[in-house]
Design a protein around this ligand. Structure first.
Ligand SMILES: [Zn+2]
Length: 216
């Protein structure tokens, strides 16, 4: 991202899939802004604590950390209360960052908050997944991409052995099998994992076949 494009009232989206290097990109932009002595403030949802990474790099909860160890301090916000971003807003900050926007509850509320931030003359940079495990737009990212001045998308390569296509879809796996379309978003007592898959290798049992037109 060219930081000269980050003008007052503009929104910039860093999105794509898991393993697409969204977090390192997000951290790198805020590093550049700090060198330019631009005042920023960064937020993240409380649930975005990756024990394997935070503990490996010895970082407390109020840090965003990437797989490479790059990190950035961030104000933790209760995932269920995105409006607390406004309560904690530093009025002197020119650019506001919000990481993992799709992990907040009340996606419509988060969009309103971001529009209010833009209307106050600040710029915003947000990051998060573009699609959920069903392979559908992950709210509020679809709205944020529409409001954005710039959108950067990046993906890793499909995790299926021998496949070299882009892994544009998050594959949710519960107890070793692909998660059903109607499986609950939050699980208790099951082992859950995510991989990245290309469209051909993305499996969502119970999802209507996208090859059959439903608009007629
Ligand atoms: Zn594949």
């Amino acid at each position: 991202m060219d930081i000269s494009h980050i003008l007052p009232g503009s929104l910039h989206v860093i999105t794509g899939g898991m393993k697409g290097r969204k977090t390192p990109q997000f951290i790198s932009v805020f590093d550049q802004l700090s060198y330019a002595e631009i005042k920023t403030q960064v937020f993240k949802p409380r649930c975005d604590y990756r024990s394997e990474l935070h503990e490996k790099f010895n970082l407390p909860h109020n840090y965003i950390v990437s797989r490479t160890g790059a990190h950035l301090p961030a104000v933790e916000i209760d995932d269920e209360k995105p409006f607390e971003i406004l309560k904690n807003l530093d009025q002197d900050a020119q650019i506001i960052g919000i990481e993992e926007v799709t992990l907040f509850e009340q996606p419509d509320c988060l969009v309103e908050i971001i529009l209010q931030v833009l209307n106050s003359g600040k710029a915003a940079i947000v990051a998060g997944l573009d699609k959920n495990f069903r392979g559908e737009p992950f709210l509020p990212m679809s709205s944020l991409m529409a409001y954005a001045t710039t959108v950067e998308k990046s993906y890793g390569i499909c995790d299926l052995k021998g496949c070299s296509r882009l892994g544009e879809y998050p594959q949710r796996i519960i107890d070793g099998i692909p998660a059903d379309y109607n499986s609950p978003i939050k699980l208790v007592g099951a082992s859950e994992a995510y991989e990245i898959r290309c469209l051909e290798h993305h499996e969502v049992p119970g999802k209507k076949d996208s090859k059959i037109l439903r608009c007629f």
